[in-house]
Design a protein around this ligand. Structure first.
Ligand code: 5GP
Length: 112
């Protein structure tokens, strides 16, 4: 069965798309946890960081570079946070790897 993010990539489900290229898509999170909250999602279905292969190295790097470029475009000059939740204890709810990019307010630490 396709993940919700595969359905967004194939335009079966609408989303606010911020960026897209051959490797990834970036969308606004439907339940934002900060004034700016985007997800950067590889088009290849990788379930989670805990299951990446060595061959995914380029994709993983691309996700972070894309996050950095979006942060610049969004003028998150005061800082931002990149989060990847992994597994149930990590807070993962969608089994399709995605990088959260959050900014626009002072984020606290430690996370909940
Ligand atoms: P996770 O909890 O797996 O790290 O993150 C999943 C994220 O996907 C959550 O922040 C959730 O709000 C977001 N999300 C879930 N379903 C949808 C959807 O249909 N559209 C969008 N734009 N975001 C979604």
């Amino acid at each position: 069965m396709a993940t919700i993010f595969q359905k967004i990539i194939s335009r079966e489900i609408p989303a606010e798309i911020i960026f897209e290229d051959d490797t990834c898509i970036s969308i606004k999170d439907i339940e934002p946890q900060a004034p700016f909250h985007a997800l950067i999602i590889p088009k290849k279905l990788i379930a989670r960081v805990g299951e990446v292969d060595d061959e995914d190295e380029q994709i993983l790097g691309h996700l972070l570079l894309t996050a950095k470029k979006i942060a610049q475009e969004q003028n998150l000059d005061q800082g931002f946070r990149i989060v990847i939740n992994n597994g149930s204890d990590g807070g993962e709810t969608v089994p399709h790897l995605h990088v959260h990019l959050l900014g626009g307010r002072k984020l606290t630490w430690p996370p909940g």
